[in-house]
Design a protein around this ligand. Sequence first.
Ligand SMILES: [Zn+2]
Ligand SMILES: [Zn+2]
Length: 246
Amino acid sequence: MLIIIFIIAHWYASLFFQTVFLHRYAAHSMFEMNRFWERTFFVGAWISQGTSYLNPFAYAYMHRMHHMHTDQIQDPHSPHHSSNIVKFMLNTYRYYSLVKNREITLQDGIDVNIPRWIAFEKISESWISRLLWAGVYIVIYLLFAPNIYWLALLPIHFFMSPIHGAIINWFSHKIGYRNYKQDNDSTNLFPIEILLGGEALHNNHHAKPWRANFASKWYEFDPSFLAMKLLHSFKIIKLNPNSLNK
Ligand SMILES: [Zn+2]
Ligand SMILES: [Zn+2]
């Protein structure tokens, strides 16, 4: 039972920081927050993503390129460029590493206003940090798993962030329905997207990338927008007026 709780808690904590901090804040600047809260989010992303910590700069740069060139040849992670989801994950990782290590020339203007905390990033994306988190997951399983077979679930924890990214970016350019006709293949995955923090209302998001609320039909629900409204009401973040435009 405790392991099930751990899987669910890790899934949603990691998803929250990828969705709200990396995607909606770092890549899209949908809200503002002061230095204290920004750094709290950096630390929260490190704790929740652990072994699969994503560098906010590389994530945001790559995601902005995805929006600029969606499903075109310059798109860093269109599913149309890979024959299966594993190759897709590997290709995405390759591009992410090139950006993170500055092994490609970055386009001017794409990298503006991406939050950085360079000293902390060095620690959080180090191999020592990743190995320590792997150790934490293994110890939790050894202490609380009912039997040894449960350890087969450990890779979910090790690769939590790329698993989330791959599910959203692969399937919501492949299957699902479209509310907006666009020159890309993005789709919505209601109601599965509720398990994905609203991120897979992806056709809506591509149509209106400034909107903090990814839901557009009355029956669609974006739980991350609800979380952001709560954070806004507690004055932890300040939603930009533009992000609330229809
Ligand atoms: Zn997309
Ligand atoms: Zn986006």
